[in-house]
Design a protein around this ligand. Sequence first.
Ligand code: PBG
Ligand code: ZN
Length: 329
Amino acid sequence: MAFPETRLRRMRRTEQMRRMVRQTRLAVGDLVAPLFVRGGTGLRNPIASMPEVAQMSVDCAAEECAELEALGVPAVILFGIPDTKDAHGSETWSDKGIIQQALRAIRERCRELVLITDVCFCEYTDHGHCGVIATDRRGQPVLDNDASLENLRKQVVSHAKAGADIVAPSCMLDGMVKAIREGLDYEGWTDVAILSYAAKFASAYYGPFRDAAESAPAFGDRAAYQMDPANAAEALREVELDVQEGADMVMIKPAVNYLDIIRQVKDRFNLPTAAYHVSGEYAMVKAAAANGWLDERRCALETTTAIKRAGADVILTYFAKSIARWLSA
Ligand code: PBG
Ligand code: ZN
């Protein structure tokens, strides 16, 4: 049957009709809130390029987590800003490290909240790269993949001890998931899950995050380890390898420019799939809304619904708290 018997507008007439046939329903249970944790007490340092996001001291982060938990947000992902940086990012595996302190403090306040830690080195190294730097054949500085894996093992074991439920490596090292699984299992942390940033693109949209996490590289860029935005087939290979190495969940990052990748990964591997709606994607909406050019709430809900429609089961977004409020209102 075709027009005039078929009229698709019939089912769009009222909000209740639209609600009834709505295919994708964004839920607060889909969301993960990213948090930036630093030293000190009572601190909430705003981040200019990310309105309403702040670097928080451990006590404030724990307070924030209690609010998120009360709003029904199931999980947070923690990023640390250390007091001191060095060539290896050794604070990442210190039991007194900022993430380790935050994990213990948050767990005291929140019984159920899922605690995810971002696992990388760029916030902790004085050069701002995601691991150990070595010199290549031409005398150029390069990220030493295998030496960095050793440090990664130490980092995840330390996070597990401090209470992480899920570790999320974001360094795009080859073999990172295998190294982490082995490291955790060897120490008995068989129930700590791995959310791999499997397909992480070398994106311009991480700009505001690097202000927030104070992690901009001191020289060069991350193009030699993060993926070329033009490559889809390679993204599937990245995911396939991480699945083989034991990833429990995989992530595509950023989200909006990579909806095609999210869909392909979900269809091909059918495992819990996360997408990171990154700092630049957040900042764009916030900036346009501040100018009165876009409606923040409608844009945030439309975008995150689209990310879910593309195939994401889990969405990491700086809008998590706002969305939790909007959905419950
Ligand atoms: C660090 C890391 C980055 C993000 C998450 N973990 C940035 C980077 O690669 O510089 C970006 C998150 C965002 O932009 O919101 N490896
Ligand atoms: Zn990094």
